[in-house]
Write a protein that binds this ligand. Structure first.
Ligand code: HDD
Length: 711
């Protein structure tokens, strides 16, 4: 049975509430519960005398403070999380016995943590990086953690390379630079010698690696997992999360500027939207296929650098996850949450993907150095809602008080308890996959094709998305000091797409090499002696599902629209568009030369919380300048207004100007283009419709080649 909906909050919340502490109307105490009379002055020998060692109140306070920090996660240190629920709407009984995937309509509590990978805990949210997408399902049969990313493939094929990958991408060991960035020598040195990374590197060079919002990105379980039904039959499955707000990225120039204006941009966006009741939602999608089907694919489903194209195996949407509650305490919940791909429930099982197999060791191991004890499962956020009974005992910070004499199995003194689930025909049992093979340290030949799917990804993008990818490679490789590394990577790009390689090479002042460098080949041949091998013909040459721009989006919900205003702004010019935008769920934010209040031409008061000093265009999805002669005149004197407009234009965002405000464009580099569907003028329904339609597409992609204005 999955978790049933409980009134007044879900089951996990009820459990967490038992550990909540509310200081409201309470007297300050020590950790031993003694009321504190004075928290301002240490105990001294005389008011001007030395402090006394006896001061247990001071000692306890400083002692605790001195030890407040724990090690940050070795990867995915920077993260934000929220609570929510998962509701199943399509029973998967045919495929799995996991009850939370069988009983439709039931709600399973979840805790989801999003993260960047490379940066430290305090680094910017807008790094070019994969995003972690870790979901903890608190099911009645135990915890299921789906520890994925927003990219469906991984850099490496075997877990033994993980420490090398992370050492290469993290700040360089001699000078600890750069923070939260892959644009440096060690990363490109590594990936230029590891052609298997080419596919994921291509994803990280796309705008997928700089999401507009954590609420607007897909999630992927990446590995092939198994579903196992009551009868013991198994199928393979790939897990997907599809965001209902669409999938959107920012542009690289925006990302860099957002990092300056609001390094917490994603964290704030998630927190604020949940506080406002704009609960982010994702549908759980499954690609289900059999062993026989997998055997016929042109790629190996155990290779985590490969995806299963949606055109080959469609994604079935089977349930919805809604994030509806912010944590009460960042440390206790978000920081102490411990995810593990090995936390699975009956009905789900692993595949032999060598990356997944290696992960199964790493996650509980890392919690030990991070959280300090094997008892991390007892922390409130990690506690299962299914009861825990076993003979594991003691260790640092043990919290459960387990009764009785028998802490071993089998026993008679404890009545044989806790007993095997087998006695009731239940419990987790591994899928009895047949394995008989020689022990080898080696790589399957079926893992040797590194470029077909990187090409598939690139060729599935629109020309504008491809331009962003070429820019990203040029930026990153441009930051690499070693020319040999740049050349080596161009060799990889040449194998993927010569046109792309040509674009990047020209920006680096280099020529496109004929093919892979000797160094790359030498390393690749350590895994595959006859490398490169001719890959089988792929099933699909293009996959529209891989392009963000090609995905249809009918919503403007939660987009932030900047209205540039000053005193005397015309009421009617503000009202209609504001009303319609808000009707669609968007948020209108007034930005004026100064914070405070302004009066409209009709004498209404508008509270201004944001000025050109506090905010920047990159924090908004669209811009409108309403009319009112006095307001427009004031704005015209403000240089930041023109910067705002230029920058919005440059980032291909929708801009609308009332009749009065149109003249502002005369002072810009922007030329009115007829086919620019995101540059709108006038008033009334035409303006409203055009603006909303442009916002739905998120970016005016047609403007991409012409957008070069100073900003
Ligand atoms: Fe990992 C954390 C995702 C490969 C070792 N990983 C971590 C988190 C996510 C992922 C989302 C953060 C969880 C949280 O929010 O607390 N990792 C992935 C994905 C991978 C992957 C999608 C490939 C498909 N990871 C991977 C390998 C290893 C690790 C191959 C080691 C062999 N990952 C870790 C870790 C972390 C971690 C060191 C650091 C903090 C933690 O586990 O709890 O154990």
């Amino acid at each position: 049975m999955a978790t049933k909906k409980t009134k007044g909050g879900n089951e996990k919340k009820v459990q967490l509430n038992k550990d909540m502490v509310d200081n409201k109307d309470k007297i300050l105490t020590t950790n031993q519960g003694v009321n504190v009379h004075d928290n301002n002055n240490t105990l001294k020998a005389g008011e001007r005398g030395p402090s006394l060692l006896e001061d247990f109140i001071f000692r306890e306070k400083i002692f605790h403070f001195d030890h407040e920090r724990i090690p940050e996660r070795i990867v995915h240190a920077r993260g934000s999380a929220a609570h929510g629920t998962f509701t199943l709407y399509k029973s998967l009984k045919k495929y799995t016995r996991a009850s939370f995937l069988c009983d439709t309509g039931t709600e399973t509590p979840v805790f989801v943590r999003f993260s960047t990978v490379a940066g430290s805990k305090g680094s910017t949210d807008l790094a070019r990086d994969a995003r972690g997408f870790a979901v903890k399902f608190y099911t009645h049969e135990g915890i299921f953690d789906l520890v994925g990313n927003n990219i469906p493939v991984f850099f490496i094929q075997d877990a033994i390379n993980f420490p090398d990958l992370i050492h290469a991408v993290k700040p360089e060991p001699d000078n600890e630079m750069p923070q939260a960035a892959s644009a440096h020598d060690t990363f490109w040195d590594f990936v230029s010698l590891m052609p298997e990374a080419a596919h994921m590197v291509m994803w990280t060079m796309s705008d997928r690696a700089i999401p507009r919002s954590l609420r607007m990105m897909e999630g992927f379980g990446i590995h092939t997992f198994r579903l196992v039904n009551e009868k013991g039959d198994s199928v393979f499955v790939k897990f997907h999360w599809k965001p209902l707000l669409g999938v959107h990225g920012v542009a690289w120039d925006e990302a860099q500027k957002i990092s300056g204006f609001d390094a917490d941009f994603h964290r704030r966006d998630l927190w604020e939207n949940i506080e406002k009741g704009n609960y982010p939602e994702w549908e759980l999608g499954l690609q289900i296929f059999t062993q026989e089907e997998a055997d016929k694919f042109s790629f190996d489903v155990l290779d985590p650098t490969k995806l299963v194209p949606e055109e080959l195996v469609p994604v079935q949407r089977v349930g919805k996850m809604t994030l509806n509650r912010n944590p009460e305490n960042f440390f206790a919940e978000t920081e102490q949450a411990a995810f593990h791909p090995g936390h699975i429930v009956p009905g789900i099982d692993f595949s032999d993907d060598p990356l997944l197999q290696g992960r199964l060791f790493s996650y509980s191991d890392t919690q030990l150095s991070r959280l300090g004890s094997t008892n991390f499962h007892e922390l409130p956020i990690n506690r299962s809602v299914a009861p825990v009974h076993n003979n594991q005992r003691d260790g640092f910070m043990r919290r459960d008080i387990v009764k009785g004499k028998a802490s071993y199995f089998p026993n008679s003194l404890g009545g044989g308890c806790p007993y095997h689930a087998m006695m009731e025909g239940r419990g987790f049992g591994s899928y009895p996959e047949k394995v008989s093979a020689p022990k080898v340290r080696g790589r399957s030949k079926s893992f040797a094709d590194h470029f077909t799917q990187a090409r598939l990804f690139y060729q599935s993008q629109t020309p504008e998305e491809q331009a962003h990818i070429a820019d990203a490679y040029s930026f990153e490789l441009g930051k690499v000091g070693g020319v040999a590394i740049r050349k080596r990577y161009l060799g990889i790009l040449a194998e993927i797409d010569r046109d792309l390689a040509g674009k990047v090479a020209s920006r680096l002042g280099l020529r496109v090499p004929k093919g892979l460098s000797e160094d790359t080949l030498r390393f690749a041949r350590q895994n595959h002696p006859d490398y490169p091998v001719k890959p089988p013909k792929p099933e699909v040459e293009k996959s529209p599902a891989l392009s963000m721009a090609m995905q249809k989006n009918n919503s403007i919900a939660t987009r932030k629209i900047a209205f540039l205003v000053a005193g005397g702004v015309a009421d009617n010019s503000v009202d209609q568009l504001k009303k319609e935008l808000e009707k669609g769920g968007a948020e209108v934010v007034f930005i004026a030369p100064d914070v405070g209040n302004i009066k409209t031409s009709g004498g209404q008061k508008i509270e201004i919380g944001h000025s050109f000093l506090t905010d920047a265009s990159v924090l908004y999805d669209g811009l409108y300048v309403p009319g009112g002669e006095k307001s427009v005149k004031t704005l015209q004197k403000e240089p930041d207004v023109f910067h705002f407009i230029h920058e919005m234009y440059r980032h291909c965002k929708p801009l609308a100007f009332s009749e009065d405000a149109e003249q502002l464009l005369e002072h810009t580099y922007i030329k009115k283009e007829k086919n620019d569907k995101g540059l709108l003028f006038g008033s009334g329904n035409t303006l409203v419709k055009g603006f909303i339609s442009a916002l739905k597409s998120h970016r005016v992609w047609e403007r991409e080649p012409k957008r070069k204005v100073p900003a």
